[in-house]
Ligand binder design. Structure first.
Ligand code: FAD
Length: 439
C-alpha cells in the first residue's frame, strides 16, 4: 500500500510535538510526514521573556527543525492556501514559485498572531512579543535606551527614552514587563549617570486584574509585587493612542515613550482565511475533542485535524459546557500528542480518543528569583515560584540538547552575571557597508 501523506502546517508547539510523536509511532512505510514552516525552528514562546532579558541565549530558546525532525520532510515556506475539498495545499517557499502539495491528512497548526485594535499610532510605534525576532529587538532597543538616556543632555529625550509601556496583563505581558525591568535595573549598575527612579515602567491593562490564568489573590499579589518595585500598574485603563510616540491613556494621563509593547491577546492566524475549513465566530478551526475538524452539521471533515491557538477544541474538563480550551502551550503540546495518536489510530482502522486535560495552572517569572505560580491549586510566591517556573519550562522545552544549553546559560549567568550589552546593529547590518560604498 502507498504510504499515507501527512502534511503539518506550522511547526510550533502543536506541529513539532505532533511530528515527533508521529515519527515515533508510525511504522516504516506506513506514512510520510511533511512539515511546513517559514521559520527553520520551533520557538519555545514561554522562554521569550527570559531570552529578551538575557538569561537565555535566543538561539537556545528555539528548537531547530531539521535537527529534531530527521524522519520528516521539512519545507521552508508558508502555506498560503488549503483546498481540503481537493486535499491540496499551496506552499510558498521563501524564494521562488509556489508549489502545490497533496496530502491524505492535514494538521492545521499555524498558531495565532497578536490581536490588535485600531488605535492611532499603534502600527507605527508598537512592537509585539510573540517571536524570537521581537524578543531580541526589544532587548536591544531597551538597552540602547539606557545609552541614549545616559548620554543626552536633553531632559525630554531622556524621559522619553526611559519610559517603557506594556499593554496587556496576561502572562506574556506581565513576564515581558517584569523581566525587562529586572534586566534594565541590573544594567544600571554600569550607568552611573542613571538611577532606577529615572525609569518609568508602565503596565496598561483594560480589566481590573492581571494574570487571569491564576486566582484573583495571586493576580493581586503580582500587582503588589510589581508596585513595590516602583512599576506603574494601571488597571481598568486603555491605551487610546500613541501617535508620534505620545501615549494617551483612558485615565486622562499622557506622556511620550520610546518603547510601546503590545501584549493584549492573540487571535487565530489569518492564513486560515485562505482555507475551506469550517471556523467559529472567532475564526478558529472548529474541532471535536478528538482534534478532528468538524463542520457546522457536526460531521467530521475527514482527513483534517487541528489544535493549539488556531483551533476551537471543546474543553471536556470545564464546568460549563461549550467552553473551549484556552490558547496555551499547556494545551497545545498535549493536544498534539492525542492528535498524533488519533491519526495513527485512523490509519490502522482503530477508534479515536477524546482530548481531556484539566488546565493545571500557571507559572510566571517576574524577574530573577521572583515569580508567581499556581499549579494544581498549590500557590507559590517569590523564589519557590520562580524556581518552579524554571524547572517546569526546562522539563517542557523539547530535546535534551536544548535542556542542556538552557541549563548552561542559567549557570553561566549565575556566576558571570547576565550580558547587558545591546547589539542594535543587528537590526540594520547592511548600513555600515552601504555607507562605505558611498565614500
Ligand atoms: C511571551 C509568551 C509567553 C508564553 N508563556 C506561556 C506559558 O508560560 N504557558 C503556556 O501554557 N503558554 C504560554 N504561551 C502561549 C503558548 O506559547 C502558545 O499558546 C503556543 O505556542 C500555541 O502553540 P501553537 O502550536 O498553536 O502555535 P505556535 O507555537 O505559535 O506555532 C505556530 C507555528 O506556525 C507557523 N506558521 C505560521 N503561519 C504559517 C503558515 N502560513 N504556514 C506554515 N507555518 C506557519 C509559525 O511560524 C509557528 O512556528 C506564551 C506565549 C507567549 C507569546
Amino acid at each position: 500500500m502507498k504510504p499515507q501523506r501527512i502534511l503539518i502546517v506550522g511547526a510550533g508547539h502543536v506541529g513539532l510535538y505532533a511530528a515527533l510523536r508521529l515519527s515515533r509511532k508510525l511504522k516504516r512505510g506506513e506514512a510520510e510526514v511533511m512539515v511546513v514552516d517559514p521559520q527553520p525552528h520551533m520557538t519555545y514562546q514561554p522562554f521569550l521573556p527570559e531570552a529578551a532579558a538575557g538569561n537565555i541565549s535566543p538561539r537556545h530558546s528555539v528548537v531547530p527543525l531539521r535537527r529534531e525532525l530527521k524522519h520528516c520532510t521539512v519545507l521552508a515556506g508558508s502555506v498560503t492556501r488549503v483546498e481540503h475539498a481537493r486535499k491540496v495545499a499551496t506552499v510558498q517557499p521563501i524564494i521562488g514559485p509556489a508549489r502545490e502539495v497533496g496530502y491524505d491528512h492535514i494538521i492545521v497548526a499555524p498558531g495565532s498572531v497578536s490581536r490588535t485594535l485600531p488605535i492611532p499610532g499603534l502600527a507605527e510605534h508598537a512592537v509585539g512579543f510573540k517571536t524570537i525576532g521581537e524578543a531580541i529587538y526589544l532587548r536591544n532597543h531597551v538597552l540602547e535606551r539606557l545609552d541614549i538616556a545616559a548620554t543626552t543632555t536633553d531632559r525630554a529625550t531622556r524621559a522619553t527614552a526611559l519610559t517603557f509601556v506594556f499593554v496587556g496583563g496576561g502572562y506574556a505581558g506581565i513576564e515581558a514587563l517584569a523581566e525587562m525591568e529586572d534586566m534594565a535595573r541590573d544594567a544600571l549598575r554600569y550607568y552611573p549617570e542613571l538611577s532606577t527612579d529615572d525609569m518609568h515602567w508602565v503596565l496598561v491593562e483594560a480589566t481590573q486584574r492581571v494574570l487571569p490564568e491564576v486566582s484573583p489573590d495571586m493576580g493581586a499579589y503580582t500587582v503588589e509585587q510589581l508596585r513595590t518595585r516602583n512599576l506603574d500598574i494601571r488597571l481598568g485603563t486603555r491605551l487610546e493612542s500613541c501617535v508620534d510616540r505620545k501615549v494617551v491613556l483612558s485615565d486622562g494621563d499622557s506622556f511620550t515613550a520610546d518603547t510601546i509593547v503590545w501584549t493584549a491577546g492573540v487571535k487565530a492566524h489569518p492564513m486560515l482565511d485562505a482555507t475551506d475549513l469550517p471556523r467559529d465566530a472567532r475564526a478558529r478551526v472548529t474541532c471535536l475533542p478528538t482534534l478532528q475538524v468538524v463542520d457546522p452539521s457536526g460531521a467530521v471533515v475527514e482527513g483534517a485535524w487541528s489544535a493549539g491557538d488556531c483551533s476551537a477544541v471543546p474543553d471536556l474538563t470545564a464546568a460549563q459546557p461549550g467552553t473551549m480550551c484556552s490558547p496555551s502551550a499547556q494545551h497545545a503540546v498535549r493536544q498534539a500528542k492525542t492528535m498524533a495518536d488519533n491519526i495513527v489510530a485512523v490509519l490502522r482502522g482503530r477508534p479515536v480518543k477524546n482530548y481531556a486535560h484539566k488546565y493545571a495552572g500557571s507559572v510566571a517569572s517576574l524577574g530573577l528569583h521572583k515569580g508567581v505560580a499556581q499549579v494544581y491549586g498549590i500557590k507559590l510566591k517569590g523564589l519557590p515560584a520562580w524556581f518552579m517556573h524554571r524547572t517546569y519550562h526546562l522539563s517542557r522545552i523539547p530535546s535534551v540538547n536544548r535542556k542542556v544549553r538552557v541549563t548552561i546559560d542559567w549557570t553561566l549567568a549565575l556566576f558571570l552575571k547576565r550580558e547587558v550589552v545591546p547589539l542594535g546593529q543587528l537590526h540594520d547590518p547592511l548600513a555600515p557597508f552601504t555607507e562605505a560604498t558611498k565614500s
